[in-house]
Ligand binder design. Structure first.
Ligand code: FFO
Ligand code: ATP
Length: 194
């Protein structure tokens, strides 16, 4: 896949093509989430007390097996809730937490669940590159949330994806937040920021 272009139309096009590809990858490799979880090196991450996962949709790779691994190490799971103002909150979400649609219709913990700061954010993504570039759904939700978290303390940002979601090089914009590492069914890679 060729690199993206900074102009919004081609970003939109790239996103559409990558979403289609992601759905095909999800059908071809339904066990990718399990394989990815096995590839997480035990010492790769700083000590994780709280991690933000997501509920997979649109062919996103399933963070469930990785979440089970982190829960077994004693970490607590959080899930994002998108608010009307375009921000994301990370709320306590044990595996049996009740859910209700957020501002964009995605199932999320109930609005009055306790808000927590994640040490690790497992981000869904549409595409990524080997320099840490990340293309998301286009709402800027994760970009804004990660910018705020990084401004106020340490946080490790792990992209979870199918290996086939890698592109040559994304044309990043100033607000784009990069990934510290990416985990796929093919392995774990720490990503240099460039
Ligand atoms: N699983 C998951 N949860 C998430 C996100 C996400 O990307 N994935 N978000 C990330 O910000 C936040 C919610 N924001 C979102 C913003 C836009 C779309 C969106 O445009 N979805 C496409 C569906 C894509 C597809 O089905 O292939 C759409 O509705 O057209 C989804 C979530 C928080 N929760
Ligand atoms: N830190 C920020 N402050 C203000 N606006 C932002 C910020 N980050 C992103 N945005 C806005 O959000 C919109 C979408 O950004 P972008 O296309 O980079 O989203 P994305 O990274 O694909 O999606 P997401 O982060 O939700 O997964 C852009 O119009 C951008 O101006």
């Amino acid at each position: 896949m060729p690199s993206s272009d900074p102009d919004p139309d081609s970003r939109h096009d790239l996103r559409r093509r990558l979403r289609r590809r992601r759905r095909a990858l999800a059908i071809a490799a339904p066990d990718a989430g399990e394989a990815a979880a096995r590839h997480l090196p035990p010492d790769a991450l700083p000590r994780v007390r709280t991690f933000a996962a997501y509920l997979p949709a649109g062919g996103e790779i399933d963070p469930g097996p990785l979440s089970v691994r982190l829960l077994a190490l004693g970490a607590e799971r959080l899930l994002p809730r998108a608010l009307e103002d375009g921000s994301l909150k990370f709320l306590d979400a044990p595996l049996d937490a009740p859910l209700a649609p957020d501002a964009v219709g995605v199932p999320a913990p109930l609005p009055d669940s306790p808000e927590r700061r994640p040490d690790l954010v497992i981000t869904p993504l549409v595409g990524f590159d080997r320099f840490g570039g990340r293309l998301g759904q286009g709402g800027g939700h994760y970009d804004r949330a990660l910018e705020r978290l990084r401004r106020t303390g340490p946080v490790f940002v792990l992209g979870l994806a199918f290996a086939g979601q890698e592109v040559d090089r994304l044309a990043l914009e100033p607000h784009d937040q990069t990934l510290d590492a990416v985990l796929t069914e093919a392995g774990y890679r720490s990503l240099p920021q460039a």
